[in-house]
Design a protein around this ligand. Structure first.
Ligand code: GDP
Length: 143
């Protein structure tokens, strides 16, 4: 088991539907700790930069439009195997394909409006955390 950190976002649909608490409850129940959090309205440039890896995908324009459509809640989660644990809690990108009991299966409306983002590797987690937080913003709760 490895102590890891991962970046999580409650996306605009999740914030709009008042699901921040429900999503945090699932993180905490699974043993993940919130060590930094910030609500923000992403700019076009911030959303494009965050999803730059998807720039050539057909859904990129819609994805950016959705991500700037309202405030998001951005957090760093810490815990054993935090990256894969968070991905398990989230479920598959398409809520129709996500396992029952996952955030997306239970709460998401569509493949686009799917409530949460979560880093998909330890390496990407490092970059995504640095995209939104300075090292001093993190409050590790482990010694
Ligand atoms: P994730 O890691 O599970 O979030 O999935 P991806 O990295 O593949 O995609 C990033 C985000 O783009 C997803 O969470 C969705 O919000 C959106 N997305 C992915 N695939 C599609 C698609 O086929 N159509 C649309 N409209 N949005 C998509």
């Amino acid at each position: 088991m490895a102590l890891e950190r991962t970046l999580s976002i409650v996306k605009p649909d999740g914030v709009q539907k008042n699901l921040i608490g429900e999503v945090y409850r699932r993180f905490e129940q699974a043993g993940l700790r919130v060590v930094a959090a910030r609500m923000m309205q992403l700019s076009q440039a911030q959303a494009e930069g965050f999803y730059a890896v998807h720039r050539e995908r057909p859904f990129f324009k819609d994805l950016v439009k959705y991500m700037v459509s309202g405030p998001v809640m951005v957090q760093v989660l810490e815990g054993e195997n935090a990256v894969s644990k968070n991905r398990e809690l989230m479920g598959a990108t398409d809520p129709k394909k996500a396992d029952k009991g996952t955030i997306r299966a239970d709460l998401a409306a569509s493949i686009e409006e799917n409530v949460v983002h979560g880093s998909d590797s330890v390496e990407n987690a490092k970059n995504e955390i640095a995209y939104f937080f300075a090292a001093a913003d993190l409050c590790p709760r482990t010694r």
